[in-house]
Write a new protein. Structure first.
Length: 199
């Protein structure tokens, strides 16, 4: 910008020197001569100032365009970062949901395991008391067999729940639906083997 101002000033100096050289270098004594000098200066310097103004406007437009391009690039970068943060936040929220569901399912499995372990212990204790009930030997043997069978079924469920809990703990899941799809059929097979057991 300083260069353009320097060009205008240099142009004015050259125009004045040229005018003085052409007309003997003396100051004018008549108003008409001053009027002619003003017209001369306006004719020479005016287009020069217009040209410099045009360059200044073009430079301003170019600088504004660069600023807009920079702002556009920064906006795109900001949007990309926000999209990345949003994806990360969604991923973290989904991961937290999956972990909470896994923890809940592990608690359920632990409760079932404790309940069936207790049931097995109770059935075995009942089997030992059968002979003291005053039943016949045949009734005692049948009752003891039933209690032991029931205890054995409960122990099998405890083992199955333990394996299921272990599998749930070590497997990486992407969603709650994936956990449900994998473990609901297995839970049904353990709880209701006659209805959902292997064909």
């Amino acid at each position: 910008m300083a260069l353009l101002v320097g060009v205008v000033i240099l142009g004015m100096i050259v125009a004045v020197l040229f005018y003085r050289y052409q007309f003997d270098g003396a100051l004018a004594a008549k108003s008409e001569e001053w009027s002619n000098f003003g017209s001369y200066m306006g004719g020479v310097v005016g287009p020069l100032v217009s040209l410099v103004t045009l360059f200044a406007v073009l430079k301003t437009v170019y600088m504004q365009r660069e600023l807009l391009d920079t702002q556009k690039a920064e906006f795109k970068e900001l949007m990309a970062k926000q999209d990345e943060q949003l994806i990360h936040a969604k991923s973290e929220a989904n991961r937290a949901r999956v972990q909470a569901y896994q923890a809940t399912l592990l608690n359920v499995l632990e409760r079932f395991t404790a309940e069936f372990r207790y049931d097995a212990t109770e059935q075995l204790a009942a089997a030992e008391k059968v002979t003291a009930d005053g039943r016949s030997i045949l009734e005692s043997v049948v009752a003891e067999g039933n209690y032991k069978q029931h205890a054995d079924d409960s122990r099998k469920k405890v083992a199955a729940f333990t394996l299921l809990a272990l599998e749930l703990s070590v497997h990486e899941f992407e969603s709650v639906e994936e956990i449900q799809a994998k473990f609901t059929p297995q839970m049904l097979k353990i709880m209701y083997p006659d209805e959902y057991g292997d064909d």
